[in-house]
Design a binder for this molecule. Structure first.
Ligand code: F6P
Length: 538
């Protein structure tokens, strides 16, 4: 860590010490709401309900500067190999730069290839949607995307998010190697009218390849040329050929697209088939608009920067270990799962870029569920539990059901009520007043204490007009850049994922044992569990 960066962290910690005990609502002087929000025409990121003041924000901006955020951002967009442990550029932004200028990797402009692949995807998606590409039994009725992690969560989340725009064939997503996952999808599909998309950057992921073989076997029972109803999305064209998929239906991408950043390119094919190429282009445009905003907006006007700085404040400075993502937009029901991979696979690292142990905490645990469902499940702990959980609300001005707008208004009221309740809480006097007509004396005190809400719990709210394809693109790119900024400030590589390797290796080694080989070389716990499961039918 440079002395300048160390100084910036120290200054923030000292500031936090001074302000940690005050209450957020006491900060509301003047136009705090405007000063502590970042806004574009269509998006408003409100962080007024946090314990940040002008000095805190300035110290966070100093921290970003000391971490050379501007330099790192320029390096990313210029195609420099900022994924240093894998020696790769990080250019998922090129996939949405469709109307933009050249983007070079090793001196070569990659935009021609990006546009060609997009055009091929669009032609194929159109042929599936208009019926000119058919299965053996006629027009495609169902699409099954088989993939996992970034090859599943992006298109699965996006297809749910854009359900109001879904006018193509039904889309199913199979990810888990658990046979229950694929079995329930195959049960409702007709092999003669189903298109199977095998989505795997590496085309080696064991879950995906196992499910792909299962789907091929299922199809070959009724279809003479099953591979003709398969498409592949991968960087490994030799492996897709070995699987028997015609190169005409293979959509490749380069290694500078990380799995969890890949829904903008071929991995988004199922989403494109669902909503159509036009809507998919609008999604790309939204992402590209956020890229331009991220590069151009200054300081507190920059949404990804401010979202990241609030995240750093809560996690690394205040010490809050988790972050709840709470979309009051049911179509974003898979956003928390999507963000779990995006944020935790990117910033869940214990070693900084130069190989030294991280002296700060890595990124937070990210979790959540759509409101209002969460209110009737885990909000109890958010309001009255002993740990503080910063909450991130997402809410739209309008849903897609104008005839039910009154219900949407109720949804919005609930969202705003939660952030208000988290901030203001309810003190003992107010709690007493609530039950004074029913209890008295010691019992009144006891009952009242259970009804106290400590409050002073921070939240941010992202508000937007409506969840359109364009808006979804903006929102996802916003979160991607937030992860990038947090990674730069922590000094880690947000674009590798070595932490997933050990489990994969051990699973491969354990497979013969669960199939019957001797387990005695394993630790006692593992061997005991194998024995227990074997005795019961494994
Ligand atoms: O195991 C983690 C991971 O490598 C993710 O980063 C990736 O999104 C996922 O597996 C799937 O990988 P692939 O697309 O190569 O099948």
């Amino acid at each position: 860590m440079t002395p300048e960066l160390q100084k910036a962290w120290d200054a923030l910690r000292a500031h936090h010490k001074d302000v940690a005990d005050r209450r957020i609502e006491t900060l509301f002087e003047g136009d705090r709401a405007a000063a502590f929000s970042a806004q574009t025409e269509e998006l408003k990121l409100d962080y007024a309900k946090t314990n940040l003041d002008a000095e805190g924000v300035q110290l966070l901006l100093d921290l970003a500067r000391a971490a050379d955020l501007e330099g790192r951002r320029a390096a990313m967009f210029s195609g420099a190999p900022i994924n240093e442990t894998e020696g790769r550029a990080v250019l998922h932004t090129a996939l949405r730069n469709i109307d933009g200028g050249p983007v070079t990797v090793d001196g070569q402009d990659v935009m021609g290839e990006v546009r060609d692949t997009l055009a091929r995807m669009e032609a194929f998606a159109n042929s599936v949607r208009d019926g000119s590409f058919t299965g053996q039994g006629g027009r495609i009725t169902d699409v099954i995307n088989i993939g996992i992690g970034g090859s599943d969560l992006g298109p699965a989340m996006g297809t749910l998010a854009l359900a109001p725009y879904h006018d193509g064939p039904r889309c199913h997503f199979v990810s888990n190697v658990d046979p229950a996952d694929i079995a329930q999808v195959l049960e409702v599909c007709d092999p003669e009218t189903t298109l199977v998309i095998v989505a795997s950057k590496t085309f080696t992921t064991i879950e995906t390849m196992t499910n792909a073989r299962t789907a091929k076997a299922w199809m070959s029972e009724r279809v003479s040329d099953p591979a003709a109803q398969f498409a592949a999305l991968s960087t490994a064209e030799d492996k897709t050929a070995a699987f028997g998929i015609d190169p005409a239906r293979v959509f490749g991408f380069a290694d500078w697209v990380g799995g969890r950043y890949s829904m903008w390119g071929p991995i988004g094919l199922s989403l494109m088939i669902a909503v159509g190429p036009r809507a998919f282009r609008a999604f790309l445009d939204g992402g590209a608009q956020m890229d331009r905003h991220f590069q151009a907006a200054e300081g507190t006007d920059n949404l990804p920067l401010m979202l990241a700085l609030v995240g750093i404040w809560h996690n690394q400075i205040c010490g809050y270990a988790t972050r709840a993502v709470l979309p009051y937009d049911n179509n974003l029901s898979r956003l928390p799962a999507y963000l779990q991979q995006l944020e935790m696979e990117s910033n869940g690292k214990g070693v900084s870029m130069d190989g030294a142990d991280l002296t700060l905490h890595s990124g937070p645990v990210v979790w959540g569920e759509p409101g209002t469902n969460g209110q009737h499940a885990f909000y109890q702990l958010i309001h009255q539990g002993t740990r503080v959980i910063p909450c991130e609300f997402l809410v739209a001005a309008r849903g897609h059901r104008d005839e039910l707008h009154h219900q949407h208004q109720l949804l919005v009221a609930n969202c705003l009520a939660q952030s208000e309740a988290l901030m203001t809480g309810r003190d003992l006097d107010a709690a007493r007043a609530k039950v004074a007509d029913r209890f008295e004396g010691d019992e009144l005190e006891r009952q009242a204490k259970h009804r106290v809400f400590p409050g002073n719990r921070p939240s941010v709210t992202l508000a937007y007009p409506q969840l359109t394809p364009f808006r979804l693109g903006q929102i996802i790119a916003l979160y991607e850049h937030r992860v990038f900024v947090e990674g730069v400030i922590l000094g880690i590589n947000s674009f590798d994922q070595w932490g997933v390797e050990l489990g994969k290796e051990l699973a491969t080694a354990l497979q013969p044992i669960v199939e019957g080989a001797d387990a005695s070389g394993k630790d006692g716990s593992t061997a005991g569990l194998v024995g227990f499961l074997r005795d019961r039918g494994l």
